[in-house]
Design a protein around this ligand. Structure first.
Ligand code: NDP
Length: 457
């Protein structure tokens, strides 16, 4: 009942983001197209080992019937991958951790905080073990002889055929987009038919196109299975790392070795994914989990955009490696290390401070005590700029792009897109903090006037 009252009030004073319903519709249509185009562009003009340029992108060399069959197989592979990650989430040992106090809660079950199964890090290693040694296949052993026993078909386990992820990259992206549309449609519809659900403030405008995009329900669940937290970290993020490994496998097949750029992009992005999964509980306090509904925006972002476009540098390197020398690779390593130190330093400092302000690592830091009860750091990383963690993240992303040399703009899409995302996200967060903290936020902004780079911006 409380939810219904809140909803009615919000609809009349609703503040749209992302350009309102028109922006939401355009983004819903355009981003999937951009995803498939990017995976395709990264392959354009690829030269096969025999030197023949293959211009076909979706299912090279296929006729229409074969193409359809390939898409169906890819759809089955995508669903299988999703289910596999779901099984790991359900059955691997886990730690049960409580999330933050629910905004607008308690929920329909009377809970003020939700409990989460934290085992993403274990799922990551279990997945890698599975693709390295646990891939099942039926193999025929023995030969047809007149006297000997007939050949038998036996089950064997070994390395997964990862090169296929390169061969069917675009088709897998298309199948994943379809899965995202189905999942977010289901979640949107169910939010209308289950009474008393806790809805996300930002996804409850009453405009169906906008709400479908933003997500109506705050924390859609099947029992203890949390759709949003699961999708944020597992199929997409682990899928990204796996696609990168697949690209390295493919490069090894094509060239006979793995280049410095390919090795580094794998290491850097592997660390990024590992870090997110290792710190899984930190996601419980992020805007995505605490504030945003689980609609097409997050669903598509997590499951399709992240794995298929974030793996673009590795994809590009399979066909167009610039063969950078040691000085260039060294410069990229330094850039990445700089970005990582800022990113991890700032996020770790805030996390440690919020957990335990007396921790010797952070007890020397100054802070602003807010009326709301929480403390805002005003020295250390957070005294330099209000979103210095975003700056570090972007520098890391730039280093990934630099590994691809200067031959094409396509692998640089990440640095361009990520800059736009982070600037927009910082504006959204600033807006929310202004609403949360009021005058305290003005004071914090006076003490820490820069947003991204101290003394500059
Ligand atoms: P932040 O980690 O910056 O968290 C913002 C919140 O932190 C604020 O709402 C406020 O919440 C609190 N806060 C702000 N200033 C201070 C301060 N001085 N002291 C203490 N607390 C403060 O934001 P995100 O969740 O957006 O990002 C987390 C990380 O994830 C970032 O490094 C970002 O780069 C990365 N990221 C990566 C993406 C990708 O696609 N690769 C996408 C999005 C994010 P409150 O006070 O209520 O706790």
């Amino acid at each position: 009942m409380a939810v219904t009252t809140r909803t009615a009030k919000l609809v009349s004073n609703f503040e749209y983001e992302f350009g309102g319903p028109v922006g939401a519709l355009l983004t819903t249509i355009l981003l999937p197209v951009v995803t498939v185009l990017l995976t395709s562009w990264a392959s354009l003009g690829r030269v096969d080992l025999d030197g023949v340029t293959d211009p076909d992108v979706l299912c090279p060399g296929c006729d229409e019937e074969e193409g359809r069959l390939t898409l169906l197989r890819c759809a089955a592979a995508v669903v299988g991958w999703f289910l596999f990650q779901g099984l790991l989430e359900r059955f691997l040992p886990c730690e049960i951790v409580e999330g933050g106090v629910l905004k607008g809660g308690p929920n329909e079950h009377g809970e003020r905080r939700l409990k989460y199964r934290i085992n993403g890090h274990l799922a990551f290693w279990a997945t890698l073990l599975f693709v390295e040694v646990g891939w099942p296949s039926m193999v025929q052993v023995g030969e047809v002889t007149r006297r000997g026993p007939p050949p038998r078909t036996v089950l064997q386990f070994g390395r997964a055929p990862l090169g296929l992820l390169y061969d069917y990259h675009a088709e897998l992206a298309v199948a994943t987009v379809v899965l995202c549309v189905v999942l977010s449609s289901y979640l949107y519809l169910r939010s209308h038919y289950r009474p008393g659900l806790l809805l996300a403030e930002g996804g409850n405008s009453g405009n169906p196109l906008y709400d479908f995009f933003m997500g109506r329900e705050l924390n859609p669940r099947w029992g203890s299975f949390d759709w949003k937290e699961f999708c944020e970290l597992r199929p997409g993020l682990i899928g990204w790392a796996l696609l990168n490994v697949a690209m390295a496998v493919k490069q090894q097949e094509k060239l006979g070795y793995v280049t410095g750029s390919m090795a580094l992009v794998n290491v850097f992005q592997f660390m990024y994914v590992w870090d997110a999964l290792y710190q899984e509980r930190a996601i419980l306090t992020t805007m995505d989990i605490t504030t945003d509904g689980f609609g097409f925006m997050l669903c598509f972002g997590d499951l399709a955009w992240v794995p298929f476009t974030y793996s673009l540098q590795a994809r590009y390197l399979v066909d167009h490696d610039p063969h950078l020398g040691w000085p260039a690779l060294g410069a990229v390593i330094v850039t990445n290390a700089l970005g990582y130190s800022i990113f991890r330093g700032a996020n770790g400092q805030k996390d440690a401070f919020r957990r335990n302000p007396s921790d010797p690592k952070v007890s020397h830091l100054t802070y602003l005590q807010t009326e709301r009860g929480t403390r805002l750091l005003t020295s250390g990383w957070w005294g330099m700029a209000r979103k210095i963690n975003y700056t570090g993240d972007w520098i890391m992303g730039l280093s990934w792009c630099l590994l691809c040399g200067a031959g094409s703009i396509v692998p640089y899409y990440y640095a361009i897109y990520f800059a736009i995302l982070l600037v927009h996200r910082s504006i959204r967060d600033d807006h929310m903090c202004q609403a949360k903290y009021g005058r305290d936020w003005d004071e914090y902004k006076r003490i820490v006037p820069y947003r991204f780079i101290p003394g500059v911006v």
